[in-house]
Structures are given as structure tokens and as C-alpha cells.
Design a protein around this ligand. Structure first.
Ligand code: NAD
Ligand code: ZN
Length: 341
């Protein structure tokens, strides 16, 4: 089968012919239809320090996808050939204390598809049945292909109650933009999104941000004043991984404010801990999606009318993957979809 492979330990990806995966008795074989390019795939494409210490080569990359089941193992009774599905990209052990308690997103023995085990940028992917999510046939297939990052946005945004709250989102990448849409849907009052990239701030507006801030030319504190806010943001969603964005957020939270942190800083970062202590802030780290509460919430919010489709800005045939990575690298994109049909 055709697959996009990290073949060599150097920048680039290569479309190659590799063996089609075989399945065990508890597995499902899926024919991939569409995939989303993630920032993680760009790290692997660039072969940065994180990628070179994390990803063994060769590796079929990619983890955001939708497809149809073509074969199921003999133990699999809940899934059938022909069904429309995506996969949860974190394969967990199923046996540790957290897994047994149903907190599978907290498994300490998690493997990532397209990172530690063969991924989804391929004609076929095999997954344990416990990692398969059944889609409603009514879902838009491009949207279905990005349930993984949509899930990051939902998991983060719904970490704290949002009804009537003022929300600050730092980083208008695809995930920050989707989080803005989710925050509006969940009843937030102000949804203020920051970035340093005007193209991305425009995208955040399309997804429902009530105010966007280019922090190179405007301060969040001034925007608070303009909006008539007196005590700071109630909830912060850190989605940039940028230390100065996080420090800015800390300075603009209300006393007792709550921060959910998804962005991954590339190195250690110092913060003003006195602000955390004396303002009694709560900071919660977020990794992946809750299995499967986040998937359930995504599904019902879409059925209820939430529209995240404007975050998809580019579509290419899988063979034109290079164009997809180029547009991701330009910074002038939301989600980029590759079509494998
Ligand atoms: P992205 O890199 O596309 O978006 C980050 C945005 O932050 C960019 O638009 C960038 O211009 C902006 N930014 C840079 N400096 C800023 C500043 N000072 N203030 C405000 N914004 C600034 O990333 P994404 O795909 O949208 O993902 C968001 C973050 O979440 C990334 O850090 C990513 O690594 C991380 N992530 C974490 C998980 C997890 O499970 N924890 C999963 C997926 C992604
Ligand atoms: Zn586990």
C-alpha cells in the first residue's frame, strides 16, 4: 500500500510502497479516506530535536484520519466492515491503575500512532478495537478527519465551566481557533484570542472569537479595559506553547482564575509564581483527549449545530502532500486535509 514514511533521519517525508498492516483478533483494519496534517507531523517532517529523540525510523507518520472499516478481528463484535470511523491516536496499556479506573487518558504507558507505532498517512491502518470511534454518517468527512485536534480543543476548553465566563485563548493556531468556537458554543461571554500572526487572528474571528489581539501591537490589559472587564479573565486556555504568551495570561487572570494548558513549551520556562500563589490560580495540564468522553462531547456538539469547518483552509490529494506541508510551514493555514481516495 501507499504510505507517507519517515524513511531517513533527516528533514522530509517520502511516499512509499509498504506492506499493508495485518490485524490480530482484537483489531480493526481501516481504509483511510482523509487525513489532517498536525503540527506534530511538521515537527517530524522538519526532524527537530523532539522528533529525532522520539520517533524511530522508518515510521509511517500521521494520526488524524477518517476512514471505513474493511476487516475486523474474530473477537470484534461492535464494529463492522463499511462503518465510518476515526481512531483515538493514543494506544494505552489497559491494565494500569488509571486505565482500570476508566481514566485511560492518564495511562503512563501510552503509545502514539504515527509517532511510536505505524500511523494513518497510509491507505490502511490497523488499530485495537478499543481505539476506534464510530462516526455518525451525517458528519462532514473533512471534520471527521480532524477529531483528534478538535478533541484537544474540546478537552482543554471544557476543563472548566464556561457559561457566562470571560475566556482568554493564547495562540490562534488551528486548536486555539477550534477552542474559540467551542467556548462560544459552551456559553462563554468574551472569547478573546491572541496571536502574533494576523492571518491566524482573522481565522479566529471566523471561528467566533469575540475579540482578537495581536500582542505585538496591543496589550491584553488594554483590551480588558476596552471590554469593561474589571477583574481579569475567568478561564485561560494556553494554546501557543509560547512562554511570553503564558506569562501574559498569568498577569491577566482574575483571582481564582483557572488555566488549562495544552501548548507545549519547547524548553523550561520561568513564570512569576507569586502571581499563581497570591491570586490563587489553578493550572491544569492537558494531554490528548479523554477516552471517550471528549469524543462523545465532540459528536453531540456537532449534532447540536457547532460548526468548526471554517478551520479547514486547504485540501490536497495525498500525492501532493508536499504542498500541504509547505502551506503548514508558511503559517498561513488552518487545518490542511490530505485526501487518500
Ligand atoms: P500552532 O503552532 O499551529 O499554533 C500556535 C499559535 O501560537 C501560532 O499561530 C503562533 O503564531 C501563536 N503564538 C506564537 N507566539 C505567541 C504569543 N506570544 N502570543 C500568542 N500566540 C502566539 O499549534 P496548534 O496545532 O494549534 O497547537 C497548539 C499548541 O498545542 C501547540 O503548542 C501544540 O504543540 C500543542 N499541542 C498539545 C497537545 C497536547 O496533547 N497537549 C496536542 C496537540 C497540540
Ligand atoms: Zn494504562
Amino acid at each position: 500500500m501507499k504510505a507517507l514514511v519517515k524513511r531517513h533521519a533527516k528533514p522530509g517525508l517520502w511516499m512509499e510502497d509498504v506492506p499493508r498492516p495485518t490485524i490480530g483478533i482484537n483489531d480493526v483494519l481501516i481504509k483511510v479516506e482523509r487525513t489532517g496534517i498536525c503540527g506534530t507531523d511538521v515537527h517530524i517532517y522538519n526532524w527537530d530535536a523532539w522528533a529525532s529523540k522520539t520517533v524511530p525510523v522508518p515510521m509511517v507518520v500521521g494520526h488524524e484520519f477518517v476512514g471505513r472499516i474493511v476487516e475486523v478481528g474474530s473477537n470484534v463484535t461492535d464494529f463492522h466492515p463499511g462503518e465510518l470511523v476515526s481512531g483515538e491516536g493514543h494506544v494505552v496499556c489497559g491494565r494500569c491503575r488509571n486505565c482500570l479506573a476508566g481514566r485511560r487518558h492518564l495511562c503512563a504507558d501510552t503509545a502514539g500512532i504515527g509517532v511510536n507505532r505505524p500511523g494513518a498517512f497510509a491507505e490502511y491502518i490497523a488499530l485495537p478495537m478499543t481505539n476506534v470511534w464510530h462516526h455518525d454518517e451525517s458528519v462532514d468527512h473533512d471534520v471527521a478527519s480532524i477529531f483528534d485536534p478538535f478533541g484537544n480543543a474540546v478537552h482543554t476548553a471544557l476543563s472548566f465551566p464556561l457559561l457566562g465566563e470571560d475566556v482568554l485563548i493564547t495562540g490562534a493556531g488551528p486548536i486555539g481557533c477550534m477552542a474559540a468556537a467551542v467556548a462560544r458554543y459552551a456559553g462563554a461571554r468574551a472569547v478573546v484570542v491572541t496571536d502574533v500572526n494576523p492571518w491566524r487572528l482573522k481565522l479566529a474571528t471566523k471561528l467566533g472569537a469575540t475579540r482578537v489581539v495581536d500582542v505585538r501591537s496591543e496589550s491584553i490589559a488594554d483590551v480588558q479595559k476596552q471590554l469593561g472587564m474589571k477583574e481579569g479573565f475567568d478561564v485561560g486556555l494556553e494554546m501557543s506553547g509560547n512562554p511570553s504568551a503564558f506569562r501574559d495570561m498569568l498577569q491577566n487572570m482574575c483571582h481564582g482564575g483557572k488555566i488549562a494548558m495544552l501548548g507545549i513549551p519547547s524548553e523550561d520556562m520561568a513564570i512569576d509564581w507569586n502571581t499563581v500563589v497570591f491570586n490563587m490560580l489553578t493550572i491544569k495540564g492537558i494531554y490528548g483527549r479523554e477516552m471517550y468522553e471528549t469524543w462523545y462531547k465532540m459528536t453531540v456538539m456537532l449534532q447540536g449545530g457547532l460548526d468548526i469547518s471554517p478551520v479547514i483552509t486547504h485540501r490536497f490529494a495525498a500525492d501532493d502532500f508536499q504542498q500541504g506541508f509547505d502551506v503548514m510551514l508558511s503559517g498561513e493555514s488552518g487545518k490542511v486535509i490530505l485526501n487518500w481516495n
